[in-house]
Write a protein of this length. Structure first.
Length: 294
């Protein structure tokens, strides 16, 4: 019987998690990714305070590349492109973050339960996930949003619905490698409730995989929500949204490119940044405990 107590094991896992974050922070690609993400976040949340005009204010004729009083001209209705751009990132980032947290949270809970209990519950949860994975996430989103309508809550729900089974599989695999360890058996021998074992013994030991999954799911959420807005199933006019800006101004790309290029550039920078941070976390997670420098 192991002599490792749950308290000692919890302390070790907390130290390991802190070591993971420090290791990830030393990876160059993580540092670059954090800078890129911070720049886009600043544009999205501080930008509206610096916008010269309101998001729906008309300042000139449509599709003027150099309208008076504007830095990047006007859009399809004569609104200031820069102001629309500075106002347009908040909802995309907020909805993407909510969808990611909801999907990854539910998926982590399902994966932990399946990996710990195993047996019939494992089969039931995983087969249910297989059913969801059988349908492309984009198709489900288009179907539900077309039938119900482009609601913000539904947009978050359909994106999260696609994340949950994928996250559950990753977390379940990580949990299966932990359930037989000494500290879990010690907690069970001490009569610790199952829900506490899931939260205090299993969850901290799958943190590395879970953090990587959060980064991947966030990247996919940003792209999917922007694509749905481009198709007219996200935020609706006259709201300022990067995906909607691309859709509204694509017909005049050769005449007034800034109305398309600015949101495309912001989404691309944010995607690259989150991918770099995710890759840095993955490299740090793989190196912890083996002395591998990433």
């Amino acid at each position: 019987m192991s002599t490792i107590t749950p308290t000692v094991a919890s302390t070790r896992r907390r130290m390991r998690r802190q070591s993971l974050l420090r290791q990830a922070a030393r990876v160059r690609r993580t540092q670059v990714g954090l800078v890129l993400v911070a720049v886009v976040l600043a544009v999205a949340f501080v930008g509206p305070l610096l916008a010269p005009y309101g998001p729906t204010e008309f300042v000139g004729q449509p599709y003027l590349a150099h309208a008076k009083g504007t830095a990047f001209g006007t859009d399809d209705l004569g609104r200031d492109v820069l102001s629309r751009f500075l106002w347009g990132g908040r909802w995309l980032l907020a909805l993407s973050a909510l969808a990611t947290l909801l999907g990854v949270g539910v998926g982590a809970l399902v994966g932990l339960a399946a990996g710990y209990v195993r047996g019939w519950l494992d089969e039931l949860l995983m087969r249910g996930g297989d059913v969801l994975l059988a349908f492309p996430q984009v198709v489900i989103a288009l179907l539900l949003l077309t039938v119900v309508g482009p609601k913000k809550w539904l947009l978050v729900l359909v994106v999260a619905l696609g994340h949950a089974p994928r996250t559950a599989r990753v977390v379940r695999g990580a949990a299966l490698s932990v359930v037989g360890r000494d500290f879990v058996e010690a907690a069970e021998s001490a009569g610790v409730p199952a829900w506490r074992i899931l939260g205090r013994e299993l969850l901290p030991n799958v943190t590395g995989s879970l953090m990587v999954e959060v980064g991947l799911r966030l990247t996919y959420s940003i792209g999917l929500i922007a694509a749905l807005s481009f198709l007219g199933l996200g935020l609706q006019p006259p709201a300022a949204d990067w995906g909607l800006m691309i859709n509204e101004n694509r017909v005049a790309l050769t005449v007034q490119p800034w109305a398309v290029l600015l949101p495309v550039l912001a989404i691309a920078v944010l995607t690259v940044g989150t991918n770099l941070v995710t890759d840095g976390l993955a490299r740090a997670s793989a190196g912890i405990g083996r002395g591998v420098e990433s």
